[in-house]
Design a protein around this ligand. Structure first.
Ligand SMILES: Cc1ncc(COP(=O)(O)O)c(C=O)c1O
Length: 362
């Protein structure tokens, strides 16, 4: 029987023969003269390793290390992992693999991460928007009513920029409903801040579920550009036809593998706990300010704050050298600013700037 992935993927993708890079073709020789690399090379100043060879086309060791890490929170069976250049590349790959340009559609639930729509726009795929309810939960009836028309539904939990967890019961109900209709892609970029809420363990039961992860957030490795796509084999088979010939650079794989050791995961957990302590303290302090209308409950490394001032708080904070993320473009988030949680010193400085403003009644 045809998988959903096969059913919805455009013919061009199904017919695509993966690019035969030298590493993909492989071989068993002792002289490797097939990729126009240098056999040996000088080391430039400060360079630690040797990098003259192309990396693996799909670094298995990294994918296995990531799957093992996933097992720490939930049983993960029947699920495949592939490393990509950040969660952003995973989003782009999914859109290009499962949407025919100018024909197919995706669905998003704003306010949410803007890349889903951006990637769809880049191939002229239409984005159907079903806004979150005022509680920032899914509008199930409205989603269900339009699910027939889309190839991919993108959900984000914990959600950026609202910071809340999307109900797992709702996600499961959508997975059921979308079984023969659409892929449900759950972006878990911030999952380490609420690890028990992951849906990755549901992939075996729902081959239409795809989970996106990243090392950019809780692991603190945004600059190495490493993320993961977790999915059923039927999804992976198609996605890996389109993936770049060498998606992960060797220095990236080295750092990522170190982060995914038992010691690395322990370090990440400790820094996550510390960050959560600062977040909760900062949110509590914000709640005391008269200029703050609401601090939304967060399960991430940021807080969404609604101010009640006529002044644009984003601009005010910019004038103090504090750069936050303005949310005025979101109809549901007027007067809201998203503030990333930094060190206690950084958050104290931010609080001080806000208190000064309150005192001066700017
Ligand atoms: C929800 C969400 N998904 C994905 C990303 C991108 O992550 P990466 O750095 O792995 O590309 C971000 C970055 O802010 C994000 O907030």
């Amino acid at each position: 029987m045809k998988s959903l992935a096969e059913k919805i993927a455009p013919d061009t993708i199904k017919k695509l023969i993966p690019y035969q890079s030298a590493r993909r073709i492989g071989g068993n020789g002792h002289l490797w003269l097939n990729a126009n690399e240098l056999e040996s090379s000088c080391r430039y100043e400060g360079q630690q390793g040797d990098y003259q060879r192309y990396p693996d086309f799909l670094p298995d060791q990294l994918a296995s290390a990531y799957l093992k890490y996933c097992q720490t929170h939930t049983e993960v069976i029947g699920c495949n992992a592939v490393a990509v250049r950040g969660a952003d590349e995973a989003i782009d790959l999914l859109v290009r693999t499962f949407c025919q340009p100018s024909v197919d559609k995706i669905m998003v639930c704003p306010p949410t991460y803007a890349m889903y729509e951006f990637c769809a726009d880049s191939i002229a795929a239409e984005t159907i928007k079903v806004p979150l309810l005022p509680s920032f939960q899914l509008d199930m009836a409205a989603i269900n009513a339009q699910l027939d028309d889309v190839n991919i539904l993108f959900l984000c939990t914990p959600n950026n920029p609202t910071g809340n967890i999307i109900s797992q019961a709702d996600i499961i109900s959508l997975l059921e409903f979308a079984k023969d209709k659409a892929l449900v892609v759950v972006d878990e970029a911030y999952i380490e801040f609420a690890p028990q809420t992951t849906v990755v363990g549901l992939i075996k039961q729902y081959p239409n579920l795809v989970v996106i992860r990243t090392l950019s957030k809780a692991f603190g490795l945004a600059s190495i550009r490493c993320g993961f796509l977790l999915a059923d084999e039927s999804v992976m088979d198609l996605v890996t036809r389109l993936i770049a010939p060498y998606p992960i650079a060797d220095p990236t794989a080295e750092v990522a593998l170190a982060a995914l050791t038992e010691k690395g995961i322990k370090q990440m957990n400790a820094q996550t706990d510390e960050l959560i302590t600062v977040r909760e303290w900062f949110a509590g302090e914000l709640n005391q300010l008269e200029i703050v209308e609401q601090v939304f409950c967060s399960s991430t490394n940021f807080v969404l704050v609604k101010f009640n001032t006529p002044t644009c708080m984003y601009q005010y904070l910019c004038s103090k050298g504090i750069i936050t993320r303005n949310q005025v473009h979101e109809p549901a988030l007027s007067n809201c600013v998203r503030i990333t949680i930094g060190s206690k010193d950084s958050m104290s400085e931010t609080l001080l700037a806000l208190k000064e403003m309150e005192a001066e009644k700017i």
